[in-house]
Design a protein around this ligand. Sequence first.
Ligand code: GDP
Ligand code: MN
Length: 392
Amino acid sequence: MKIHEYQAKEILRKYSVPVPGGEMATTLEQADTAAKSLFGAGNKVVVVKAQIHAGGRGKGGGVKLARTLEEANAASKAILGMQLVTHQTGPAGQKVQRLLIEEGSAIERELYLGLVLDRASAKVVFMASQSGGMEIEEVAHATPELIYKEYIDPAVGFAPYQARKLAFKLGLKTTQINDAVKFMTGLYKAFVETDSTLMEINPFITTKDDKLLALDCKINFDDNAMFRHKDLKELRDLAEEDPLEVEASKFALNYIKLDGTIACMVNGAGLAMATMDIIQYAGGSAANFLDVGGGANQEQIENAFGILLSDPNVKAIFINIFGGILRVDVLAQGVVNAAKKLGVKIPIILRLEGTNVEEGRKILADSGLNFQVGQTMKEAADLAVAAAKGGK
Ligand code: GDP
Ligand code: MN
């Protein structure tokens, strides 16, 4: 689960990690009030920042500095409602529905801090780099030696000597080392206690008066841990997510939208992955990942159909089911009913195996609807690819 920068900064504040003061605004009036109060408090510069679930906003025109209230309001007007395109949003961009109005900082250096769950070492790794403020992926690719790493033993936690090591690698002044250790220790505590999978401070800045600040913050949480964080769960902003994925999550369907033309309906995540692979192997491309789960019922199958059909790119539907807990005849009846009810016009290709497969095949054959059935996964995939290409 992703959250906005302003929400991430509120979390950091709770862990005593210093962040600039600011306020979230959803209207130009709120933005004006926030900017007024920041200038009123003596700030020389106010920053207007687009809040979307993607980085690279600065380059895309989503971060603007203002020296007067008029400038701040002009920036708010330009950014709020804009379709912001960054290297992380895709070409369509993301509509800006929230702003963060923040006190400006006099930046001396832009550094980078990041915490991520490293699967290979099964540890949390703390990363630091002097090359902050830019795309860290670029730095990691071109000059990986400029990213310093400390692997954290889960039984011991983040040791102060590790924080000091990173602080020295960042080339901080000796007077800043203690603050940096506190800063990093706070981040690690926040990371662990919120069940984060990623926490990035880019840039982590030093100011002209020698302070340390998190100027930007990105946090991702582990979805599987959200049941024990009711307060964090409420930070979810559905407006930032793909509408079809939001719809699917209401029905407990594991759905992820992709760019291809062949919709997949599959039971089991492993089979769903294999199905996407075999579509690719057969020369096609999957329109989605969809796991209807082991115990899918009639209603669930109808819901799944509805979601697959709402994607205008879909040219064929490939249903690949191994009947275990989910009996094939139940699935077949569900497919027939849903196809009739929703008036499905695009080709449906099935590959069915498992419990009650013969009954299932009979239901399809007797339905009077035009289903294509493949005897093997490969045969069904070939049929699906041909159907999607030919528009049969
Ligand atoms: P991102 O582009 O989405 O990662 O957004 P950031 O919050 O990282 O902002 C991008 C860049 O804007 C930063 O790297 C800074 O160079 C600049 N910036 C943001 N806030 C301030 C500020 O308060 N003062 C100054 N001088 N620059 C800022
Ligand atoms: Mn940033």
